[in-house]
Design a protein around this ligand. Structure first.
Ligand SMILES: Cc1cc2nc3c(=O)[nH]c(=O)nc-3n(C[C@H](O)[C@H](O)[C@H](O)COP(=O)(O)O)c2cc1C
Length: 427
């Protein structure tokens, strides 16, 4: 059995500062302030090969280096805790259960890039998480780990919680930055491509995901060598998989990157309930192509999934069983994308509405072959357009469903009724 490595071992309450310190908490922060230069920290993160856990898998050390060495001296740091994708709940878990670990990661990141202000953009819907984070922050402040003259070093550093919008698009980094500036959470037109060049108030900004940041204290404290002991060469370390849908024990599981999908579903998820079988899996949430039951030996890491024509995203793994109508399942996510489009770009605004409308018509048994042709044509038109990847995700979802389960679409059209009527779509 593949053993989960617990990146976050804490005995006692994770919101209790003393318990976190007993587990080595804030040692890395102390080391960064007292023994390491900013360049040392960046070098260690680069050596560890940590890749961002927010979806794109971009090398974290390279991002930090870019901001640290930027010619513009006013910089910002923002932790992205927007998390609002169906089937993804690992950041929420971390904020709730490991708030000190997140704070420590944020302190190290903000200090390393020499940020003049640091924020945690937290989905406003996450009230309990908000409370835990505030509690942890108050404890750290009382102990002199945040605030003025930290640990007598002369450094002043505050971290502010920004109550974020709670929409899917608000998690896209440029939309998040826009909303922090008091504007609607809508993605910026690119170029400029990266907040490292043009971020908050147009200044270089380091944006990192919650899980990415929770890895930082461990890498600094235990060293890059420890981090690379598990995972693959190009995707070292572990990943928190949010596992949901048709499994007996859904939850957040931490496994080495590159672990087989089968291990996650069968060993940790306890298999599919009610004697059913896996029909399909979204290995990286609804915006990436599905895989089928014959692909369960796929390695769960950024590169292997990309090679297989899909993606890991933020590792929101959704399992679909063989009692599920794939047209209904697809419609459910098409409606999600429609509801979450911010409406800024016409191809996304109109594309997501029309995709969902056609999907609904087909699901109700009122679709025609012409609707199928229009559906696929529309996917081709909108894919790759838009200021962010939302509409591309909406198109990929439909294309993948039609490619893998065309027969079910055809049956809806031929029989004018859903052959699975009465079975719910998952998630
Ligand atoms: C529609 C959309 C939603 C996103 N939502 C999130 C989110 O909730 N949390 C997150 O960390 N990244 C999200 N991202 C990715 C961010 O834009 C960004 O790449 C990430 O925060 C960078 O952090 P990392 O390098 O540590 O992964 C989203 C991207 C898109 C296109």
């Amino acid at each position: 059995m593949t053993q989960p490595r617990v990146l976050h071992p804490i005995e006692g309450s994770a919101t209790d500062l003393a318990a976190y310190e007993r587990a080595g908490g804030y040692e890395a922060w102390r080391r960064c302030l007292q023994d390491m230069s900013r360049d040392d920290v960046v070098a260690e993160i680069k050596k560890a090969g940590l890749r961002g856990r927010g979806g794109a898998g971009f090398p974290t050390g390279i991002k930090w280096e870019k901001v640290l060495n930027h010619r513009v001296k006013d910089r910002y740091f923002v932790c992205n805790a927007g998390e609002h994708e169906p089937g993804t709940f690992k950041d929420r878990y971390l904020v709730n259960h490991r708030p000190h670990q997140l704070l420590e990661g944020c302190l190290i990141a903000a200090h390393t890039v020499n940020a003049k202000a640091a924020f945690i953009y937290l989905n406003h819907e996450y009230e309990e998480e908000h409370r835990h984070l505030e509690q942890a922050m108050a404890q750290a402040k009382a102990k002199g780990l945040i605030g003025k003259n930290i640990m007598g070093s002369g450094l002043d550093l505050e971290i502010e919680i920004f109550s974020g919008q709670g929409s899917y698009v608000a998690g896209e980094e440029t939309a998040m930055l826009e909303s922090m500036q008091g504007r609607p959470a809508m993605p910026r037109q690119k170029p400029p491509f990266y907040p490292t060049d043009f971020g908050l108030y147009g200044k270089p900004t380091l944006v990192n995901n919650v899980e990415t940041l929770c890895n930082i204290p461990q890498i600094i404290r235990r060293g890059a060598g420890w981090f690379t002991e598990v995972g693959t060469e190009k995707c070292p370390g572990t990943m928190l998989f949010s596992l949901s849908g048709a499994v007996n024990t859904p939850g957040v599981y931490e496994l080495p990157l590159g672990s087989p999908l089968r291990v996650l579903i069968e060993q940790y998820g306890g298999g599919v309930p009610n004697g059913r079988k896996v029909k399909a899996v979204f290995p990286g949430g609804p915006a990436f192509s599905m895989v089928t039951a014959d692909q369960l030996d796929l390695a769960m890491d950024f590169d292997s999934l990309k090679k297989a024509g899909t993606g890991l995203g933020s590792a929101g793994v959704i399992v679909v069983d063989d009692a599920t109508c794939m047209v209904a399942q697809t419609l459910k996510f098409s409606n999600f994308f429609k509801g979450e489009s911010c409406g800024q770009c016409p191809p996304c605004r109109m594309g997501t509405i029309n995709l969902a409308t056609l999907m609904e018509k087909i699901e109700r048994g009122e679709g025609t072959q012409k609707d199928m042709d229009s559906l696929l044509q529309l996917c081709g038109f909108v894919k790759g357009t838009g200021y962010c990847t939302l509409v591309t995700g909406a198109a990929v979802l439909v294309q993948s469903s039609v490619k893998l389960f065309k027969q079910e679409f055809d049956e809806h059209i031929a029989r004018k009724v859903c052959p699975f009527k009465g079975t719910p779509a998952h998630v």
